[in-house]
Design a binder for this molecule. Sequence first.
Ligand code: GLN
Length: 483
Amino acid sequence: MHSLTLAEIGRALAAKQFSAEELTRHLLDRIARLDPQLNAFISVTEELALGQAQAADARRAAGENGALLGAPIGHKDLFCTQGVLTSCGSKILGNFAAPYDATVVTKLASAGSVTLGKLNMDEFAMGSANESSHYGPVKNPWDASRVPGGSSGGSAAAVAARLLPAATGTDTGGSIRQPAAFTNLTGIKPTYGRVSRWGMIAYASSLDQGGPLARTAEDCALMLGAMAGFDAKDSTSVDQPLDDYLAALGQPLAGLRIGLPVEYFSAGLDARIADAVLACVEELKKLGATVKDISLPNMQHAIPAYYVIAPAEASSNLSRFDGVRFGYRCENPADLTDLYKRSRAEGFGAEVKRRIMVGTYALSAGYYDAYYLKAQKIRRLIKNDFVKAFEEVDLILGPTTPSAAWKLGENSNDPVAEYLQDIYTITANLAGIPGLSMPAGFVDGLPVGVQLLAPYFQEGRLLNVAHQYQQVSDWHKATPAGF
Ligand code: GLN
């Protein structure tokens, strides 16, 4: 049962091959046996899951037949789940049971999905390795000595290890696509504003987007169809009709114009990853796509701009964690200032503190123009690069990451080395366009991801191209040994 995709599970449940409760018990058992090797879960919500599974079985028995009715999933631990620990990977929220469900959680639950647990993540979604979590690092199921990527590393590891068929993640600078690439999954970051951020604990509000991680594009289409849509509770949610992502999967690729940015294939990219990406391009050509070189000239400025904007927004968002309103409070504060200072000093980890300091500095009176305003101008240039490129091509393709999964601890003392790994993913967040990563091969036994980028609201195009590729390739079917 655990090797089935979400789409296959939906069909098996409809055909009464097993019940949602049987499936849930089977996966809860796998989580109990196998997760200690991975540390993908912060909480396992057994009682909630069994209740939801029984309710889904009852709805099916009464004649309902939704594709996600009884489908087991997990949520990254920054989606608020009512009455359940929502830690955001941090000690400061280590005792925070959310008083309500995030919109994404509500939507997936009403589609009948079953929540098996809350998934480990970098603290406040800051990181690319899942090593900054207060709950310990997550291991990559393909090689337990390596990172699964971050910040949605728990979601990725759990799905790759077949503990769950799909999970939610969030992507501020690559945190869905990069862990998908490192663990051989498909993951999509939607257009900014397509998925509600209400109840999703904020890191950098102008960049954060929720999305799914799963094994196939078809499963991502199923999940995204249930997660996305206008939400009046999120002022940045876009009021535009939702495409039928499953229906989008049938389009032939004949005539699809793909652009390969020259900047993506230059120094810094592992040559074996470049070969895997170009082999994928050849397959897409066989399906009828045409390919040309394009340029995204401002890409080189993306990392410095992002690492000003994201910390600036984070420093503001994280000011609410003060030891009074949420979560952790220090012991025996001498006065109010001591309470603020020590609650934050004891509650936040090193990377979060680093970002708060960088962000506060960049926003301070004497430096605002030099850093924050400059970064915002670069952001506009990057957006313009994409708008121009999409006048000539329908889709942009390149590697998701410059290297495959690195060793645990390899970059943990060198934050800048880790920031540089985000080079290919960050631009999509700065511009707000959708991006997808899909499996495209292996280097030394480690998965390689190809990234597809499309114009605003063309999630259907991304999912269709990935789906067509997955009809003629088997990379996404590979399973890590022992799982
Ligand atoms: N690695 C990037 C960061 O640390 C992206 C994280 C994310 O997308 N949440 O900010």
